[in-house]
Design a protein around this ligand. Structure first.
Ligand code: MTE
Ligand code: MO
Length: 400
């Protein structure tokens, strides 16, 4: 990728694929094969708060330390150490920006502040590297340590970002030590070395948790009794209460401090076909229209076990087919016949009987293994437009 595509601190690279392209594959390629139009070559979304970094893997170091009085860990690892000194683990998971679907909140509920994401700020990929749990234990953390109140802070100090001098996040230590969470320090994405765009040579990947916590170009890990103090943990990526009607009001009422940092992704389902409001769906000979999309479970409560679709504003619901049962088009060969991974998205499709008409709204509703489901038709407004998971998918669809 030419360096002109790296963005700057003031104007970082943020982009998403179009919907129909995104749901063509179960695992989202970092980049698709070059094609006629330049726009077409990128598939996995990019979310950056500063310029994309190009780091020499041979020179890169990951420092692990502690500022918690109860824990002493101290270790510096090279990328080669991460690859050769630890068992390599592969996890498949959806990685989603908390601002995904923001355009719908903005246009259907009320104006919000933030990038105007459509529904494509999400990818489903396979990540390989050591488990962060194993690395912390190797660094001296006893697996028996009380985790309560402790946090794993992750940092990228390689560049200044829009609102801070470095990028950082944290998750509770519990999450990292939880064997069911499979938190990895990813060195590979979809079986190839982690591309620079997605955080090479190493990023953290925290399955089930909003993308903002999965730090790209990771260079420092700090165990601490407090959360990361970085702007993006403290003053962004929070579902502010409705009293926060403006950034000034949020500050004045101290709402950033009072509101917890987002962690788990909410359960969600998105209509990708049709991909835009106002599109036309053509009926097949049997009078049915094809509707398709993706769905994401809440946190570690996946996989999504059911998706239902309605074209009459909830009057009747149709069960969608979840397309990971061996469908050549959507299933990674390695997954055929295997149980659905709990952090993956699911791709779904359904054929719904429909009469010709205009102004049809399409709703979709996912339910995961943990029983979490979607209930709000339009969704509740929040200032930053994060965590949007309304039932209403596409509006104003014409049926022909
Ligand atoms: N160092 C660094 N890590 C980062 C970010 C960033 O700006 N800098 N953005 C975060 C956000 S908000 C998201 S949604 C994901 C996006 O990952 P991607 O660009 O690989 O899609 O990375 C996260 N990790
Ligand atoms: Mo994000």
């Amino acid at each position: 990728m030419p360096s002109s595509d790296d963005g700057t601190v003031k104007e970082p690279i943020n982009r998403e694929p179009d919907m129909s392209h995104l749901v063509q594959s179960f695992l989202t390629p970092s980049e698709s094969q070059p094609s006629k139009t330049a726009d077409d070559t990128q598939v996995a979304y990019d979310r950056n708060h500063g310029p994309i970094q190009h780091i020499d893997p041979l020179a890169h170091k990951l420092t692990i330390k502690s500022e918690a009085t109860t824990i002493s860990v101290d270790l510096v690892l090279s990328v080669d150490d991460l690859k050769t000194k630890f068992r390599q683990h592969t996890v498949q998971c959806a990685l989603q920006c908390a601002g995904n679907r923001r355009h719908e909140m903005r246009s259907r509920v009320k104006e919000v502040s933030g990038i105007d994401w459509g529904d494509g700020a999400v990818m489903n990929a396979e990540w390989t590297g050591p488990l962060l749990r194993d690395v912390l234990i190797h660094a001296g953390l006893s697996p028996k340590t009380m985790h309560e109140g402790l946090h794993v802070q992750m940092e990228c100090n390689a560049t200044e970002v829009q609102d801070d001098e470095w990028y950082g996040s944290s998750v509770p230590l519990d999450v990292v030590m939880d064997e069911e969470r499979e938190v990895v320090l990813a060195l590979e994405m979809n079986d190839t070395p982690l591309p620079d765009r997605h955080g090479g040579p190493v990023r953290s990947v925290i399955p089930g948790i909003i993308g903002a916590r999965s730090v790209k170009w990771l260079d420092t890990i700090v165990l601490s009794s407090r959360e990361s103090q970085n702007h993006y943990q403290q003053h962004d990526y929070k579902v502010l209460p409705p009293e926060a009607t403006s950034p000034e009001k949020a500050e004045e009422l101290g709402l950033w401090d009072k509101t917890p940092a987002m962690q788990d992704n909410p359960i969600n389902s998105v209509v990708a076909v049709p991909g835009e409001d106002g599109e036309t769906l053509v009926r097949r000979d049997d009078g049915k229209v094809r509707i398709a999309g993706y769905a994401i479970p809440k946190g570690k409560d996946g996989p999504v076990v059911r998706v239902q679709v309605s074209i009459d504003r909830g009057g009747s619901w149709y069960d969608a087919t979840i397309m990971d049962g061996g469908d050549d088009h959507t299933t990674h060969p390695a997954n055929r016949g295997k149980p659905r991974g709990k952090f993956n998205w699911v791709l779904w499709e359904v054929y719904v009987p429909a009469e010709p008409g205009e102004g049809v709204d399409i709703w979709s509703k996912a339910t995961d293994r943990g029983g979490n489901t979607m209930s709000e038709v339009k969704g509740t407004w929040n200032l930053r437009g994060v965590g949007y998971n309304a039932l209403e998918g596409r509006v104003g669809i014409k049926i022909d």
